[in-house]
Design a binder for this molecule. Sequence first.
Ligand code: AMP
Length: 115
Amino acid sequence: MSDTIFGKIISGEIPSEFLYEDDHCIAINDISPQAPVHVLVIPKRGIPRLVDATDDDQALLGHLMLAAGRVAEQLGVADSFRLIVNNGAGAGQTVFHLHLHIIAGRTFAEGHMAG
Ligand code: AMP
Protein backbone atom coordinates (compact mmCIF):
# COMPACT_ATOMS: atom_id res chain seq x y z
CA MET A 1 0.00 0.00 0.00
CA SER A 2 1.34 3.43 -0.84
CA ASP A 3 1.54 6.27 1.66
CA THR A 4 -0.58 8.51 -0.56
CA ILE A 5 -4.17 9.69 -0.41
CA PHE A 6 -5.10 6.74 -2.65
CA GLY A 7 -3.31 4.27 -0.37
CA LYS A 8 -5.33 5.67 2.53
CA ILE A 9 -8.58 5.43 0.55
CA ILE A 10 -7.86 1.80 -0.37
CA SER A 11 -6.99 0.87 3.24
CA GLY A 12 -10.17 2.57 4.46
CA GLU A 13 -8.24 5.11 6.55
CA ILE A 14 -9.94 7.82 4.47
CA PRO A 15 -13.60 7.00 3.76
CA SER A 16 -14.62 7.05 0.12
CA GLU A 17 -17.44 5.59 -1.96
CA PHE A 18 -16.17 2.86 -4.26
CA LEU A 19 -18.04 2.78 -7.59
CA TYR A 20 -16.31 -0.51 -8.34
CA GLU A 21 -14.01 -2.88 -6.50
CA ASP A 22 -12.38 -6.20 -7.25
CA ASP A 23 -9.35 -8.03 -5.88
CA HIS A 24 -6.89 -5.75 -7.67
CA CYS A 25 -8.38 -2.27 -8.04
CA ILE A 26 -11.05 0.21 -7.06
CA ALA A 27 -12.82 3.04 -8.90
CA ILE A 28 -13.87 6.30 -7.27
CA ASN A 29 -15.20 9.64 -8.45
CA ASP A 30 -12.50 12.28 -8.87
CA ILE A 31 -12.84 14.91 -6.15
CA SER A 32 -12.25 17.70 -8.68
CA PRO A 33 -13.97 16.48 -11.87
CA GLN A 34 -12.77 17.82 -15.22
CA ALA A 35 -15.84 16.47 -17.04
CA PRO A 36 -19.38 15.26 -16.17
CA VAL A 37 -17.90 11.78 -15.71
CA HIS A 38 -14.43 11.72 -14.16
CA VAL A 39 -13.59 8.48 -12.43
CA LEU A 40 -10.26 7.13 -11.22
CA VAL A 41 -9.34 3.46 -11.53
CA ILE A 42 -6.71 2.76 -8.88
CA PRO A 43 -4.76 -0.46 -8.38
CA LYS A 44 -4.55 -1.73 -4.82
CA ARG A 45 -0.84 -2.25 -5.39
CA GLY A 46 0.83 1.15 -5.01
CA ILE A 47 3.02 1.64 -8.06
CA PRO A 48 4.15 5.31 -7.98
CA ARG A 49 4.23 6.02 -11.74
CA LEU A 50 3.59 4.03 -14.89
CA VAL A 51 7.33 3.95 -15.60
CA ASP A 52 7.89 2.31 -12.21
CA ALA A 53 5.84 -0.72 -13.26
CA THR A 54 7.87 -3.86 -13.94
CA ASP A 55 7.30 -7.14 -15.77
CA ASP A 56 5.70 -8.38 -12.53
CA ASP A 57 2.96 -5.79 -13.04
CA GLN A 58 2.05 -6.89 -16.57
CA ALA A 59 -1.12 -8.74 -15.58
CA LEU A 60 -2.16 -5.92 -13.25
CA LEU A 61 -1.77 -3.30 -15.99
CA GLY A 62 -3.93 -5.37 -18.33
CA HIS A 63 -6.44 -5.85 -15.56
CA LEU A 64 -6.71 -2.09 -15.04
CA MET A 65 -7.57 -1.57 -18.72
CA LEU A 66 -10.24 -4.24 -18.57
CA ALA A 67 -11.61 -2.83 -15.33
CA ALA A 68 -11.77 0.65 -16.89
CA GLY A 69 -13.92 -0.79 -19.68
CA ARG A 70 -16.22 -2.47 -17.17
CA VAL A 71 -16.53 0.73 -15.15
CA ALA A 72 -17.28 2.74 -18.31
CA GLU A 73 -20.06 0.26 -19.13
CA GLN A 74 -21.37 0.50 -15.59
CA LEU A 75 -21.46 4.30 -15.91
CA GLY A 76 -23.21 4.15 -19.28
CA VAL A 77 -20.37 5.81 -21.20
CA ALA A 78 -18.89 2.75 -22.94
CA ASP A 79 -19.34 4.33 -26.40
CA SER A 80 -17.40 7.51 -25.67
CA PHE A 81 -14.74 7.92 -23.04
CA ARG A 82 -11.09 8.78 -22.78
CA LEU A 83 -8.48 7.06 -20.58
CA ILE A 84 -5.61 9.16 -19.28
CA VAL A 85 -2.50 8.33 -17.27
CA ASN A 86 -0.40 11.25 -16.10
CA ASN A 87 3.18 10.07 -15.60
CA GLY A 88 5.37 12.42 -13.56
CA ALA A 89 4.91 15.89 -12.14
CA GLY A 90 5.77 17.48 -15.48
CA ALA A 91 2.77 15.71 -16.99
CA GLY A 92 0.49 16.86 -14.20
CA GLN A 93 0.70 13.83 -11.91
CA THR A 94 -0.09 14.94 -8.38
CA VAL A 95 -0.76 11.63 -6.62
CA PHE A 96 2.14 9.21 -6.90
CA HIS A 97 0.09 6.03 -6.87
CA LEU A 98 -0.62 4.95 -10.44
CA HIS A 99 -4.20 5.54 -11.60
CA LEU A 100 -6.26 5.75 -14.78
CA HIS A 101 -8.59 8.69 -15.37
CA ILE A 102 -11.85 7.82 -17.14
CA ILE A 103 -13.15 11.04 -18.70
CA ALA A 104 -16.56 11.15 -20.38
CA GLY A 105 -19.73 13.14 -20.83
CA ARG A 106 -18.22 15.92 -22.85
CA THR A 107 -17.26 16.43 -26.48
CA PHE A 108 -13.79 15.32 -27.53
CA ALA A 109 -12.17 17.07 -30.47
CA GLU A 110 -10.87 14.66 -33.08
CA GLY A 111 -7.11 14.58 -33.30
CA HIS A 112 -6.62 16.53 -30.08
CA MET A 113 -5.33 14.28 -27.33
CA ALA A 114 -5.21 16.89 -24.60
CA GLY A 115 -8.11 19.06 -23.53
P1 AMP B 1 -3.10 13.07 -11.23
O1 AMP B 1 -3.02 14.56 -11.39
O2 AMP B 1 -3.07 12.31 -12.51
O3 AMP B 1 -2.09 12.57 -10.21
O4 AMP B 1 -4.53 12.79 -10.65
C1 AMP B 1 -4.84 12.85 -9.31
C2 AMP B 1 -6.31 13.09 -9.22
O5 AMP B 1 -6.74 12.72 -7.94
C3 AMP B 1 -6.74 14.54 -9.46
O6 AMP B 1 -7.63 14.59 -10.56
C4 AMP B 1 -7.43 14.90 -8.14
O7 AMP B 1 -8.56 15.73 -8.35
C5 AMP B 1 -7.80 13.55 -7.59
N1 AMP B 1 -7.93 13.45 -6.14
C6 AMP B 1 -7.09 13.95 -5.21
N2 AMP B 1 -7.53 13.63 -3.97
C7 AMP B 1 -8.66 12.91 -4.15
C8 AMP B 1 -9.60 12.29 -3.26
N3 AMP B 1 -9.46 12.35 -1.94
N4 AMP B 1 -10.65 11.63 -3.79
C9 AMP B 1 -10.82 11.57 -5.13
N5 AMP B 1 -9.98 12.13 -6.01
C10 AMP B 1 -8.91 12.79 -5.54
